[in-house]
Ligand binder design. Structure first.
Ligand code: 2P0
Length: 354
């Protein structure tokens, strides 16, 4: 009985990331290998992040997971791939105080329980898989004393969800598509640390709380199969954009950074339209936000803010400093006036139901 009474835990927290050069399309569905490089900025963990605790005990009879308190199935290939790849790299663990000794090979016979929480409502339609899988891989690696470098951990997180590999690092991150058929060089690389461009402000306008209709995974599969524009983008457009935005990030060149970010978001949504049947992620409110930002940028002569939209209608806007972010909020609230006494932290722009 006492043999079975111990439990060992580890906890990790990972923020989500926002792509400025989008990942859209896989060349290998099983290993999750992309058709182009992508670049993102990792958010501050206080706002949009996942916190995951993993526990191991000889009394656990199977691997189990709870997401925001509700049990979910671990039978999917993506969870199994992450668990397998971390277990493969597990090492001896000793906790003298608790009298626990786990040997490397024991990990194959021990089961884990996983509890993960997002600090933002899943219903807000903001991507959670990036933070979730990065966090899961980190927490498991900590528990099992995995010593691999972050690049290798990112390639394990990638097998949970492509965009998750970029959440392994803070700051600006590139997911290098890689060339190897086994995916070993399809990893995240940190381009600049968290503190590199400290003035940037990110404003997220929640436009709809509805779950998206087409998942990213199936949407990008259909785009790869049917969009001729996707091939052109991956081969011709993205490689030069990546070089240019890397320079803009290095030099704190906001105008260039903003121009490329907006153009890449718009091209990603053009590919969605070029897919058969077409995929509509943005809605009328998203389009109105683009127009108001574009008008503002043109009237000032230099770019004031960048916008980018993922596989849903919510707007992510990047301002070069606090003053610009405040002006942006003013403009958004002018064009989308909230009803009186609205709690602005949960205000949904353009949602007729309020
Ligand atoms: C990105 N998105 O780069 C792009 C932009 C959405 C639009 O990565 O199939 O959830 O799990 O690899 O990572 C969303 O796709 O897809 C995504 P899988 P994922 O952030």
């Amino acid at each position: 009985e006492s043999e079975k009474s111990w439990i060992l835990m580890a906890t990790a927290r990972s923020p989500t990331n926002i792509a400025v050069i989008k990942y859209w399309g896989k060349r290998d569905e099983e290993l999750i290998l992309p058709v182009n490089d992508s670049i993102s900025v990792t958010l501050d963990p206080d706002h949009l992040s996942a916190t995951t605790t993993v526990a191991v005990s000889p009394s656990f009879e199977q691997d189990r997971m709870w997401l925001n308190g509700k049990e979910i199935s671990l039978s999917g290939g993506r969870y199994q791939n992450c668990l397998r790849e971390i277990r493969k790299r597990a090492r001896d663990v000793e906790d003298e105080k608790k009298g626990i000794r786990i040997q490397k090979d024991d990990w194959n016979n021990l089961h884990v329980h996983i509890a993960s929480y997002n600090n933002f409502p899943t219903a807000a339609g903001l991507a959670s898989s990036a933070a979730g899988f990065a966090c899961l891989v980190f927490a498991l690696a900590k528990l099992m004393n995995v010593k691999e470098e972050y690049g290798e951990l990112s390639s394990i997180a990638r097998q949970g969800s492509g965009s998750a590999c970029r959440s392994i690092y803070g700051g600006f991150v590139k997911w290098a598509m890689g060339n190897n058929p086994d995916g070993s060089d399809s990893i995240a690389i940190q381009l600049a640390e968290e503190t590199h461009w400290n003035d940037l402000f990110i404003v997220i306008a929640v436009v709809s709380s509805k779950q998206k209709e087409t998942s990213s995974t199936s949407g990008m599969r259909e785009s790869v199969q049917t969009s001729a524009l996707l091939k052109y983008r991956a081969e011709t457009v993205v490689p030069s954009r990546v070089l240019k935005i890397e320079e803009a990030i290095r030099d704190h060149d906001f105008a260039s950074f903003a121009r490329i970010t907006c153009a890449d978001s718009n091209q990603f949504h053009a590919i969605c339209l070029d897919t058969t049947p077409p995929i509509f992620y943005m809605n009328d409110t998203s389009h109105r936000i683009i127009s108001l930002v574009e008008r503002w940028n043109q009237s000032e002569g230099t770019l004031q803010v960048a916008y980018t939209f993922d596989a849903g209608p919510n707007a992510v806007m990047i301002a070069p400093n606090r003053q610009a972010a405040a002006l942006l909020l003013q403009r958004l609230l002018f064009y989308f006036p909230p009803p009186q006494d609205t709690d602005l932290t949960s205000y949904i722009l353009g949602d007729k139901s309020i």
